[in-house]
Design a binder for this molecule. Structure first.
Ligand code: ZN
Length: 214
């Protein structure tokens, strides 16, 4: 009799704001376990790291060039110029354009309301991105590595404790945070030991959209 093991769920590891000095070590860990992840990159860091992300089979998406909220969210034009700049970087470095993206702060962010003069810019940007064929991704598992978590143990516990069992988990981490990168090997080990599947995001995958609030 064949024992059928049900998958525990699918985990999409995502890393924002890089590349950085920690990205190389992260790529080594991902390669060690043959786990594919998703990077939402900026204008910062080394081109060679974005090339390596792409060449090693990870998804490379766009997270804006400057990541400066006061600039990005003060006008649709600014946002578009900045998005196009990082889009051009990814196209130049990888040889392939991408329409995967993540808004700084997520689609539900209210930070944008400080800068848009009451223009409800997130509503406009979500419509525009959809119209232009971009796919944007939020998350449903927050490592809190940009908030209260500041050690690998905290990041690990936040992620493992919030995984969607029997469903899809898009995990938010930042590869500009050393303690978050340091937690990744244990997160992968936990996932594999508990029969989760790891995948990269695609235009057709689960997307975990937050509600737009501005
Ligand atoms: Zn970010």
């Amino acid at each position: 009799k064949v024992k059928v093991i049900e998958p525990a769920g699918r985990i999409y590891l995502t890393f924002d704001d890089g590349p950085s000095e920690y990205t190389s070590a992260l790529l080594d860990v991902l390669a060690k376990y043959n786990v594919k992840a998703t990077f939402f990159v900026t204008g910062y860091g080394d081109d060679a790291l974005i090339k390596r992300e792409y060449d090693e089979g990870h998804a490379v998406g766009l997270h804006t060039n400057s990541h400066i909220y006061s600039y990005l969210y003060s006008s649709v034009d600014n946002y578009v110029v900045d998005l196009n700049a990082v889009g051009e970087r990814v196209r130049r470095v990888t040889g392939k354009a991408t329409k995967l993206m993540r808004f700084p702060g997520g689609s539900s962010n209210l930070i944008s309301a400080r800068y848009d003069g009451g223009g409800r810019i997130m509503s406009k940007l979500v419509s525009l991105m959809n119209e232009w064929g971009y796919t944007y991704f939020d998350w449903n598992v927050d490592s809190d590595d940009a908030g209260g978590a500041s050690t690998p143990d905290q990041v690990y516990n936040n992620v493992v404790g919030a995984l969607k069992r029997g469903g899809d988990s898009i995990v938010l981490q930042h590869d500009v945070k050393s303690y978050s990168v340091e937690a990744v090997e244990r997160i992968i080990q936990y996932g594999l030991e508990n029969n989760f599947t790891f995948s990269k995001l695609t235009a057709d995958s689960f997307s975990a959209h937050h509600g737009v609030n501005n």
